[in-house]
Design a protein around this ligand. Sequence first.
Ligand code: HEM
Length: 130
Amino acid sequence: MAERDTTNYYELFGGAPFFADLVSQFYARVATNEILRPMYPESDMAGAARRLQMFLEQYWGGPTTYQEERGHPRLRMRHAGFKIGPAAKNAWLECMEAAVNGTDIDDVSKAKLWTYLSGAAEHLLNSFED
Ligand code: HEM
């Protein structure tokens, strides 16, 4: 039987400072992206950044603050109100790829993170049109 992977990736990546760095680099790009910027709440970018950071920290084995504040993630349901076609998905991935590459984790960690994020974005595609 395969051994269970008990690595705590939250700690391995660098804990809260790592996720804060990743998310702030991501949102700096969203803020200047013409497809994404109009989709995000004008007056609550800090809130959006906080929600994404809490979610990612929880997903990778860190504090469960996301669940406590927001309940079950249900990401497909929470994204249903936004039209996510190929262009929006690609824009999101471009911003996130640059953010991941801008962090100082090693290449194996980057690949691990990227495999998850790209799969999750694919899963959230909810339109075939832009
Ligand atoms: C595929 C392209 C994507 C687009 C266009 C997109 C867009 C958005 C938008 C506009 C919001 C609302 C911002 C807010 O007020 O919180 C949001 C929320 C969120 N997104 Fe995405 N997103 C995408 C992919 C992803 C992926 C791949 C993840 C996770 C790996 C993710 C995680 C989240 C989370 C956790 C929230 C906050 C949910 C909540 O608690 O309300 N998103 N997204």
